[in-house]
Design a protein around this ligand. Structure first.
Ligand SMILES: Nc1nc2c(ncn2[C@@H]2O[C@H](COP(=O)(O)OP(=O)(O)O)[C@@H](O)[C@H]2O)c(=O)[nH]1
Ligand SMILES: [Mg+2]
Ligand SMILES: [Zn+2]
Length: 286
């Protein structure tokens, strides 16, 4: 029988199939390599012996958090408490886009703002470059997020304390996910969510995943990294050099766009910071 791995806990894997849960073990072959089965895996298992025989090919595969076959990844960012972290937002969008994951953005805690002008600019910019952007303060947006979740395996990424668990509980209070009171001293929440688990929601599945502050940020080369900034990639054919990295090259259309404020300054700043970081990592690797 085929099923979906929705939870992994000390060597046991909960497989959901035909409206039922089966607690399974991987077959002998996997025994020493239990890490080979992941939450999100589609598996072939025997409902009698409760043995997982085969892991079907993955559509994608994240290492941290360990989860496979994600259809949609919501990048959740608070506008305050903790302060909006655009560096982390651009970092997540870049690496997830590089891995062909469908990213969406949710801004939370808009109630803590007195002025909405800055956030409006950001919302419009990220929408313009192709990402769906929602705010947890809008009922219409919450309806739209519901529709996105339906029939999909979704993950909620973002720093702790931004309101991921609160949002999921708002959708379905029976999920009863533990939320966290922000530690004022640290300006961030404690890590309440520890393991990865898929929870049923609106005929889809959601993972309330911990951390994501330190996502695995490695690229094969700078050029493919540059493509992960989608609007840069879109306009890169107008640069003088076909393989322009938009750094030191002359006649770079992207830099012109930055000067004309057609590209958000923080996007370009983060792009430059990330390219330096990646350059250093690639140098150490070879
Ligand atoms: N003011 C405000 N606080 C919120 C909002 N969403 C969540 N919080 C608070 O932020 C803290 C962290 O929320 P939590 O859901 O645990 O964050 P998580 O770590 O991302 O899962 C809790 O004290 C929540 O009550 C919001 O929209 N507005
Ligand atoms: Mg949480
Ligand atoms: Zn360029």
């Amino acid at each position: 029988m085929q099923g979906l791995v929705i939870k992994s806990l000390s060597g046991d894997f909960t497989v959901f199939s035909n409206h039922q849960n089966y607690i399974c073990k991987p077959k002998g072959l996997f025994k020493y390599q239990e890490k080979l089965v992941k939450v999100g895996d589609k598996v072939v298992f025997d409902p009698e012996t409760l043995i997982i025989d085969e892991v079907l090919p993955r559509k994608n595969d994240l290492i941290r958090p360990a989860i496979a076959n994600i259809d949609k990844i919501f990048c959740v960012f608070s506008v305050k408490e903790p302060e909006l972290n655009l560096n982390l937002l651009d970092r997540l969008l870049s690496i997830f886009t590089y891995h062909n994951l469908h990213c969406l953005i949710i801004f939370t805690k808009l109630d803590l703002l007195t002025d909405y002008q800055d956030i409006d600019v950001l919302i419009q910019y990220y929408q313009k470059i192709g990402y769906a952007v929602y705010t947890s303060a809008s009922a219409l947006d919450l309806e739209a997020i519901k529709k996105e979740i339906s029939q999909s395996i979704c993950a909620f990424a973002g720093q702790s304390g931004v309101g991921k668990s609160t949002l999921l509980n708002l959708f379905d209070e029976s999920l009863n996910i533990k939320t966290d009171v922000i530690s004022k001293a640290l300006g961030r929440g404690k890590h309440t969510t520890r393991h990865v688990e898929l929870l049923p929601l609106f005929d889809g599945w959601v993972a309330d995943t911990p951390g994501f502050g330190t996502v695995d940020f490695s690229f094969d080369d700078l050029l493919s990294f540059s493509h992960s900034f989608v609007e840069f990639f879109h306009h890169s054919s107008s640069c003088k050099y076909p393989k322009c990295l938009h750094l030191e090259e002359p006649d770079c259309f992207i830099k012109t766009m930055v000067q004309k404020h057609e590209i958000l300054p923080s996007r370009y700043e983060n792009y430059v910071l990330f390219s330096q970081e990646i350059k250093q990592t690639l140098k150490n690797k070879y």
